[in-house]
Design a protein around this ligand. Structure first.
Ligand code: DAH
Length: 357
């Protein structure tokens, strides 16, 4: 028995893994193992012999079993230690600046604009880029014969012969989202809608696809004063200057009455644009009090609700803020341009953390 004990305890101590341990268990204390065979011999013994050998065999079996259990948990601990050692990862390391991709200036500016208006309680609305001419024109008080339709250089979608669906256009502005938002959400309402728009036009400051952000605020007591404040706050935050002077110039849009175009005071020094000082003015947006017909087209009672709207050219703002001279380069997909003017995708603009780090 002492030989058996010494043999198996040393095998257990040397076992390299769980499979080896299991083989030892079967050979030692399994149903047909050596200890079981010994137990069978008890029957041939005298009662006196049995009284000594029986308990001793049971004790041996217990001892081997507990040695097996202890070794098994030691092996598991070692395996875990090994995993912890090899699978270790330092999560405090900075990310690798691989510069594989950057945020396009349009995306960056869109994020900046969204952050600013979100702070003022505006939520982001969306609409389709292919829309019906009703949403793009009629609902915005631009009827069929209106000259504004021609001025917008609209792309019309082809229609098959006999197709009776309403004519579709590539939206020429984000203003149709005003109507869709009113229909969906009713009043009171405070939304912005950034997105792509299309017009057949191409030169240094025009591309057939460009971006606008629409704004709409409806409530029972909104006035031009609110519009002026909101736009001033926006421009100050966007250009990251404390003081700006805006000029509201009387204008005409079919969907607002009264309408105003807004210029910002600026200076051009050796081709360097400075916002908030100087003797020049630059147009940055169109705006006004929403026309009652437009509010009604959105399914809201213009006798109860009124409000302001505005439309800002995003690409234009991006060019101004980041000193990008030619609009066409925005959409050339030139990697060198994208790397030069792109932004880190990890630094999302916030009012508190900085809009354009
Ligand atoms: N939709 C106009 C355009 O594309 C811009 C605009 C002007 C939008 C006045 C407005 C607004 O919401 O009130 O030229």
């Amino acid at each position: 028995m002492d030989d058996l004990k010494a043999k198996y305890l040393s095998q257990i101590a040397d076992a390299a893994d769980e499979a080896a341990l299991e083989a030892i268990r079967v050979a030692a204390v399994g149903k047909k193992g050596e200890v079981a065979l010994k137990m069978r011999e008890l029957g041939k013994m005298t009662p006196e012999e049995r009284q000594v050998a029986g308990p001793a065999l049971n004790a041996l079996k217990d001892e081997i079993n507990s040695a097996l259990a202890a070794k098994k948990s030691a092996l598991a601990d070692a395996a875990l230690d090994e995993r912890l050692r090899t699978e270790w990862l330092d999560v405090t390391l900075p990310s690798r600046p691989t510069r594989q991709g950057t945020l396009h200036p349009i995306s960056q500016v869109q994020e900046e604009i969204t952050a600013i208006f979100a702070e003022m309680g505006f939520s982001v609305a969306e609409g389709p880029r292919i829309d019906t001419d009703w949403y793009n024109f009629d609902a915005l008080n631009i009827p069929g014969h209106h000259p504004a339709r021609a001025e917008m250089d609209t792309f019309y979608m082809n229609r098959a012969e006999g197709d009776n669906r309403p004519p579709h256009v590539l939206r020429t502005h984000t203003s149709p989202v005003q109507i869709r938002s009113m229909e969906k959400m009713g009043a009171p309402l405070r939304i912005i809608c950034p997105g792509g728009v299309y017009r057949a036009d191409y030169d240094q400051t025009h591309t057939p696809m460009f971006h606008q952000v629409e704004g709409l605020a409806l409530d029972k007591d909104i006035s031009m004063a609110n519009l002026k404040w909101v736009l001033e706050e926006f421009v100050k935050s966007f250009f990251e200057v404390d003081d700006v002077e805006l000029r509201f110039r009387a204008s005409h849009f079919p969907f607002t009455e009264p309408s105003a175009e807004v210029d910002i005071r600026c200076s051009w020094d050796n081709g360097q644009l400075k916002i908030g000082e100087g003797d020049d003015w630059m147009e940055i947006l169109g705006s006004g009090m929403v026309h009652p017909k437009v509010i009604a087209a959105g399914g809201i009672d213009p006798e109860v609700y009124q409000g302001f709207a505005f439309g800002i050219g995003i690409d234009r703002l991006a060019m101004l803020k980041y000193g990008i001279p030619d609009l066409r380069a925005f959409f050339d997909s030139d990697l060198r341009w994208l790397r030069h003017y792109g932004f880190s995708a990890l630094d999302l603009p916030t009012l508190h953390g900085g809009l354009s780090r």
